[in-house]
Design a protein around this ligand. Structure first.
Ligand SMILES: Nc1nc2c(ncn2[C@@H]2O[C@H](COP(=O)(O)OP(=O)(O)OP(=O)(O)O)[C@@H](O)[C@H]2O)c(=O)[nH]1
Ligand SMILES: [Mg+2]
Length: 591
């Protein structure tokens, strides 16, 4: 099915035309019939010659009900613009046109009605010229009469062409149903209605309202019960949940939208406002059926920050209509369309930050690449909640990164690891958590994803495998050195070396590359182990036994004996007798 909203000046015959096309009464209130005036949104539907079903949302034309008009037009993809042949273009014709342009409505049909009262040509000419000059472009025009039925057949065919040209809505899109009516039905509780522009709602679905989660108990579309409805559609949803929903709230897919009360937007040049400077500080922002007071902060040029009095479920690319409720009645009160560029904008504290922000957003587009330049690390779920399909492959898990930022992070990580190694020469490497903290990353997995050879992650640290070693050997050596961090002289047994994949050839390569110190056949320690051992042994009462040395080094005889022999050969220790050794004083002038 399709949904088309009406638009046009008060009393120009919108409701009469809808009635003539559908045989249904859009003005349901007694007060509306008494005053001959639409006050609330009206709903009626028909089947077009093609067999397509079409629902109308009939809006009021009176200037006092502009908010209601916007609630009706907001979620509808197309409009039937009505102008009376005998009155022609009038103030609310202009105001509605500006509103449609601001909202980005691009599909319209012009119906010049009351053609039984006057020649429709002048009205057609004027209206088409105004519409062509606006964003609505060249709309098809039909002269009709809601009273005599003249031209209704052609109008139905034109409506068929209008809806056939509409973009096909995505059935899998997240649901956002702006509520335009709420009522309770005895025995089944709360029912809300709205225009579902895209996405699918099914009985049993859990959706979210500002008050919390709700469950769909039942669904109706054009008075027929259904188990599921896909947009575009007029739907009535029977809800189970807490609280009473209101018009202007939206029923949404959980996690599908970002609930935002601070947004950065780009003004589109409609109405009076070309940039943010001339805007009043407080305006009303309309989207869907919502109307929310907002504070306006111009950032520079057409970029403006809006603080909304109430958070709304938004995506990038959504268009808010800004209107000045305090304006003189005769003036056009719609000031601008505001296209949402960021739903999680950063605080602007420094001097000049607003201007920088405006420059940065000047060329921004509502897509993931633009978004990532601003928020360089985002999870897929965040991107989707902001209305952007995740771009390409994640850097790890469900994280997406701005490519430039990611490569800069890689460099910063390497630098941090280098610095840490210099400051902590006795540790096997920088702890991953310290890197995460230092780089300000939200997830440890990101650290691991940033590590490139010769660096490797081993046991919670980033170890620097020496250059020139094959990556698996470097990784194994890194792991070994990490394992040795707590007890640096407990050289691994043959079995552990084999598990790590360090056979004689790999060990020889690692020793050659300076990544390990060979103490004896099959006994390896981290490089620098001799100096560290000598340091510890120097603290013992001199001379000392092998057993005392073994305890001081916290290792086994298997390691202690060949290590002491290595120290002897290196001139760091010397034998005193069969059982004792002592440390040799450092060579004069030595470091
Ligand atoms: N002669 C003639 N009168 C019409 C025609 N269409 C509407 N009218 C009359 O014009 C008046 C206003 O018609 P509505 O259909 O209520 O106008 P509307 O645009 O819905 O008005 P609002 O909803 O208040 O903005 C009514 O008295 C209608 O009978 C028409 O085609 N020919
Ligand atoms: Mg009406």
């Amino acid at each position: 099915m399709h949904v088309v909203a009406t638009a046009g000046h008060v009393d120009h015959g919108k409701s009469t035309l809808v009635r003539a096309l559908t045989g249904m009464e859009p003005d349901r209130l007694a007060e509306e019939r008494r005053r001959g005036l639409t006050i609330e949104l009206g709903y009626a539907w028909t089947t077009l010659p093609s067999g397509e079903r079409l629902a109308f949302v009939d809006v009021p034309g009176h200037e006092r009900f502009l908010g209601t008009m916007l609630a009706g037009v907001g979620p509808a993809p197309a409009v039937m613009f009505v102008v009376a042949a005998d009155e022609g273009w009038m103030p609310q014709s202009e105001e509605h046109l500006v509103a449609l342009e601001a909202l980005g409505v691009r599909h319209a049909l012009l119906a010049v009605t009351r053609a039984d009262l006057a020649d429709p040509e002048p009205a057609i000419g004027r209206a088409r010229a105004r519409m062509a000059a606006s964003g609505l472009g060249a709309a098809e025009a039909r002269a009709v009469s809601g009273r005599t039925g003249q031209g209704l057949g052609e109008l139905r065919e034109a409506l068929d062409r209008l809806v056939a040209a509409l973009p096909v809505p995505r059935s899998q899109a997240p649901v956002r149903l702006w509520i335009d009516r709420v009522f309770s039905v005895r025995g089944s509780g709360t029912v809300v209605t709205g225009t579902l522009p895209e996405g699918t709602i099914a009985v049993g679905d859990e959706l979210t309202l500002p008050g919390g989660p709700v469950r769909v108990r039942g669904l109706e579309c054009l008075n027929e019960p259904l188990t599921s409805v896909t947009g575009v559609a007029r739907v009535a949803v029977n809800l189970r949940g807490h609280g009473v929903p209101e018009r202007g709230q939206a029923l949404v897919t959980p996690g599908g939208w970002t609930c935002a009360d601070l947004v950065d937007v780009r003004l589109s040049p409609v109405g009076a406002a070309r940039d943010g400077i001339g805007l009043p500080p407080r305006l009303t922002a309309h989207i869907g059926s919502a109307a929310v007071v907002c504070e306006v902060r111009p950032l520079g040029g057409p970029i403006v920050r809006l603080r909304l009095a109430r958070a709304l479920p938004l995506h990038l690319g959504d268009v808010l209509l800004l209107r000045d409720p305090g304006r003189d009645r005769s003036e056009v009160r719609v000031l601008a369309g505001a296209s949402v560029l960021d739903v999680r904008p950063p605080a602007l504290r420094r001097r000049g930050a607003a201007r920088e922000r405006a420059d940065r957003l000047a060329a921004a587009r509502p897509d993931a690449a633009s978004l990532l330049r601003d928020h360089p690390l985002l999870r897929a779920g965040d991107l989707l909640a902001m209305g952007c399909a995740p771009p390409g492959r994640p850097v790890c898990g469900d994280w997406h990164a701005d490519p430039a930022y990611w490569s800069e992070l890689g460099e910063r990580l390497a630098e941090a690891v280098r610095r840490y190694a210099a400051e902590h020469p006795l540790e096997p490497g920088m702890p991953v958590e310290a890197v995460r903290h230092g780089l300000g990353l939200p997830d440890r997995r990101l650290v691991a994803a940033l590590v490139r050879p010769p660096l490797a992650v081993a046991d919670g640290r980033i170890v620097s495998g020496p250059r020139g070693l094959p990556a698996p050997v470097a990784r194994a050596v890194g792991r070994l050195r990490a394992e040795l961090s707590a007890h640096p002289f407990r050289a691994p047994e043959a079995g552990r070396l084999a598990e790590l994949g360090l056979g004689p050839r790999e060990l020889a390569a690692a020793v050659r590359a300076g990544a390990l110190l060979r103490v004896a056949d099959g006994i390896v320690l981290p490089p620098g182990a001799e100096a560290r051992a000598a340091e510890l042994l120097a603290r013992l009462p001199q001379p000392f036994t092998v057993s005392q040395a073994r305890q001081a080094l916290d290792t086994s005889r298997r390691v202690a004996v060949p290590l002491l022999e290595l120290l002897d050969r290196g001139g760091l220790t010397e034998r005193v007798d069969e059982l004792h050794r002592r440390c040799r004083p450092p060579a004069p002038g030595g470091a």
